[in-house]
Design a protein around this ligand. Structure first.
Ligand code: FES
Length: 180
């Protein structure tokens, strides 16, 4: 006997309105769609708004006077490393917000603060008191005590921060430095 002589009952047609197993209900699907769109828009805004503000020049660089110590801590003729926090650290900067400058006490009322960042590729420079020179350990850049380039690949002198003395305290006007 063949199957044609004894046909099997066919499966009932699925009910289009019946809830399927494992499927999301329409309200839940709509909620998840809106949640996805909302999170996508929030992410785009978090990335896009600061970028557009930067490109349009709306984000002003922060400048801040930082106290780095009393005048008596810097004998005349000395070159001393002073550390401070970057004036515009981002909340997630962590230790990368820490920066420094080489503070030189030239004459009685004259101080010069050089950025520690080499103007070649940004390595921190060192002061060599015996040679009276700043030296960059990365590619051998050398700067004179006045910050001008003595030799090596640095294309320009060391960047300077404005310095002032107020109430016997030395203060540096910190600001974002040009990118090397
Ligand atoms: S980073 Fe200083 S010489 Fe290259």
């Amino acid at each position: 006997m063949s199957d044609l002589d004894n046909p099997q009952p066919s499966a009932p047609a699925p009910d289009p309105d019946a809830p399927c197993e494992g499927c999301l209900s329409p309200s839940r699907r709509k909620f998840l769609t809106r949640l996805s769109l909302g999170l996508g828009a929030l992410g785009a805004a978090l990335i896009g708004v600061p970028s557009v503000a930067f490109l349009l020049g709306l984000r002003k660089p922060t400048k801040l006077w930082r106290d780095v110590g009393g005048v008596e801590q810097f004998p005349q003729g000395s070159t001393i490393l002073v550390k401070f926090e970057d004036p515009s650290p981002l909340p997630w900067s962590g230790v990368t917000a820490n920066t420094a400058a080489w503070l030189r006490h030239e004459t009685e009322n004259e101080f010069i603060a050089f950025s520690v960042d080499c103007t070649h590729l940004g390595c921190p420079i060192r002061w060599l008191p015996d040679a009276n020179l700043f030296m960059c350990p990365c590619h051998g850049g050398v700067f004179y005590a006045n910050g001008t380039v003595a030799s090596g690949p640095p294309p320009r002198p060391l960047s300077r921060y404005p310095v002032r003395v107020a109430d016997g305290r030395v203060q540096i006007l910190t600001s974002p430095l040009p990118i090397t």
